[in-house]
Design a protein around this ligand. Structure first.
Ligand code: ATP
Ligand code: MG
Length: 594
């Protein structure tokens, strides 16, 4: 499917994103509802959150719950329509499922128990249990198991753009981590795993197209599948310093993974031979690795951190290098560790004879799992299992047995070798705007959703699911596109493509006529245009139009009109030009790529 044509309209040269725009008439500031503010509320944390409030895109109703004001809604609708166009183009079919879902379905999938307090539960007047949908695997699986009988009806990909509710423990950053938010969620059903993999690739590419059209700088990263289950998953991350997620990537290759998933390889260097004697040193009041390193004037890479956990009823000591962080997701993947918990102080004292802060593996008669990096350390420092003492010059074999179990227990760090062997890792921060999963038969088996295959046998559907955070995208786009004056919207999602600032609209008949004329011409050309017809000082009008991020501005005033010109300015870089009034509409169309 090629070029800049809309699918399904063969031979007709349409502007690519025409369908994703609004059809408007008479959009004037005096009739619209601009609600700009001089200052953002003091509790707003992120730039995007501040700007969204100042520009009047959103207003807060309760924690994590926002009204989309008319200006913001225009942005949301444009995002939605780009997603819709690309999903339809990729062969998915839109439906709309209810926000309120009966508990029975969640009991069938087992998530009524598992989902936890993020699931907002409620009862109807008959005391029946319901929830407000945080996601729709159960409902869509129910739809399909009732309607689809045969492999001949497959594959099927159903999606919706719908409001979700998740009672997030810490709603923050405005719409970025809201409790109520809009998601595009799609679910695909297949007769075979191979066909699911085909659709997964199709969605991987479709998501790439969507985020490119939205004008976002993003990266697709291999992700942990988290609680949703299944195997195979990618997150689409918008790169931004304020992002909540850390992404490990290799600048020399296309390797990128959520930091929770990126593998920390065994260090390439071999362990050096012992060169120091084992020594017990007093470290009164010193507990954290940084403090131990400082007190002993040693680099933190020489310190071993001991973390006590309980696996079933067994006490286990985890060993990590002082500067490394435990990765709980990796730990949970080790045999028997999926339900681990941290040991209590009492348990630590009981097994090691000392409180946390002075514990270590020497003479410890407990199960030990060493991180790969620890297994190649020599002359290291660890707690002495005696309050206020550490051991220095510790060496494997000589002072304690070789670790029986060595595992990848930690988060990768900057400079670690890339798992694809092509360089070293860097770490960037990102905002997750999309997520695709191969669910396989996790839901279809639990909910007995089956079809008859070619040989007449009943089989559970292979399933995939594909989410996009529609409202989060608005915040993420602003996080990536702003300057001191305000928002710099990527053109495809700007609330208006062009603003006409008419200076003296209420005083000069010539200005009013010229402004109306240009407004009309641009509308006729299918351009989304806002006419600022207020009786305000030019500075006030400019500041508002800049704050709300309109990509192109035409200023029209009496003086210019006398010379037959209007002034053009581009929001992103301030580039300005004088345009003859007669050809202004045509010139603008060209600048918009129409
Ligand atoms: P996160 O790790 O950010 O909590 P998630 O893994 O819970 O996300 P999914 O269940 O995969 O998210 O939901 C699909 C998409 O919905 C996410 O990629 C994200 O863009 C969006 N999303 C999830 N939670 C929120 C929220 N609280 N507010 C706004 N958007 C959200
Ligand atoms: Mg979440």
């Amino acid at each position: 499917m090629g070029g800049k044509r809309v699918a399904g309209v063969p031979g007709r040269p349409l502007r690519y994103n025409l369908a994703s725009k609004f059809c408007l008439s008479n959009m004037r500031v005096t009739q619209f509802f601009l609600a700009t503010l001089k200052e953002a509320p003091a509790d707003a944390e992120l730039v995007s959150q501040k700007l969204m409030l100042r520009a009047g895109l959103i207003r807060r109703l309760a924690a994590g719950i926002y009204t989309w004001m008319p200006l913001g809604l225009r942005v949301v609708r444009k995002v939605e329509n780009i997603i819709r166009e690309e999903m339809n183009r990729a062969g998915a079919v839109e439906l709309l499922m209810p926000a309120i879902q009966p508990a029975e379905l969640w009991m069938e999938s087992g998530r009524w128990q598992k989902y936890g307090p993020e699931l907002l539960r409620l009862k109807d007047r008959h005391e029946r249990d319901f929830c407000v949908g945080p996601t729709h695997e159960e409902v869509v699986t129910d739809v399909v198991r009732r309607e689809v009988r045969s492999y001949r009806q497959l594959p099927l990909h159903l999606y919706q753009i719908q409001t979700k509710f998740r009672d997030e423990i810490r709603p923050r950053f405005g719409v970025m981590r809201g409790r109520e938010f809009v998601m595009k969620d799609g679910y695909s059903f297949h007769a075979s795993y191979a066909d699911l993999q085909r659709e997964y690739r199709n969605m991987y590419e479709t998501y790439g197209r969507i985020f490119t059209r939205l004008g976002l700088a993003f990266r697709a990263v291999a992700a942990d599948t988290g609680s949703i289950g299944g195997t195979g998953s990618h997150e689409f991350q918008v790169l931004a310093d304020s992002g909540e997620d850390a992404i490990a990537y290799c600048p020399a290759s296309d390797y990128a993974a959520n930091i929770e998933l990126a593998e920390a390889l065994r260090p390439a260097t071999e362990r050096s031979a012992p060169s120091a004697a084992l020594n017990k040193v007093a470290t009164p009041g010193v507990k954290r690795c940084e403090e131990v390193a400082k007190a002993l004037s040693l680099p933190i890479e020489k310190i071993v951190k001991s973390i006590a956990v309980i696996r079933d009823a067994e006490f286990v000591l985890l060993l990590l290098r002082g500067d490394h962080l435990l990765n709980e997701i990796k730990l949970r993947r080790l045999p028997g560790m999926d339900a681990f918990r941290f040991a209590t102080e009492t348990e630590v004292v009981e097994h090691l004879g000392s409180k946390p802060g002075s514990i270590g593996p020497v003479n410890a008669n407990v199960r030990i799992i060493a991180d790969r990096s620890v297994s190649v350390m020599s002359d290291f420092v660890c707690g002495a299992n005696q309050e206020g003492f550490h051991l220095t010059g510790v060496n494997w074999t000589r002072d304690l047995p070789e670790p029986m179990e060595i595992a990848d227990l930690r988060n990768v760090a900057v400079g670690d070798p890339s798992p694809d062997g092509k360089g070293t890792l860097a770490i960037a921060r990102g905002i997750e705007v999309g997520h695709i999963f191969q669910l396989r038969t996790r839901y279809s088996e639990a909910m007995q959703a089956t079809f008859l295959d070619e040989s007449g046998q009943s089989r559970p559907f292979e399933m995939g699911c594909y989410g996009i955070g529609v409202t989060r995208i608005v915040g993420a786009a602003i996080e990536q596109n702003h300057d001191v004056k305000g928002i710099v919207f990527p053109a495809p999602i700007a609330p208006f493509e062009v603003a006409i600032v008419a200076i003296g609209y209420r005083k000069s008949e010539a200005v009013r006529k010229a402004a109306e004329d240009l407004h009309h011409k641009l509308q006729e050309a299918g351009i989304d245009v806002l006419l600022d017809d207020r009786d305000e000082r030019p500075g006030v009008m400019f500041a508002d139009i800049e704050l709300i991020g309109v990509p192109h501005r035409i200023t029209l005033g009496e003086r210019g009109l006398k010379e037959g010109i209007v002034e053009y300015q581009r929001r992103r870089d301030g580039q300005a030009a004088k345009l003859p009034i007669a050809s202004a509409a045509a010139e603008l169309q060209q600048r918009l790529g129409g």
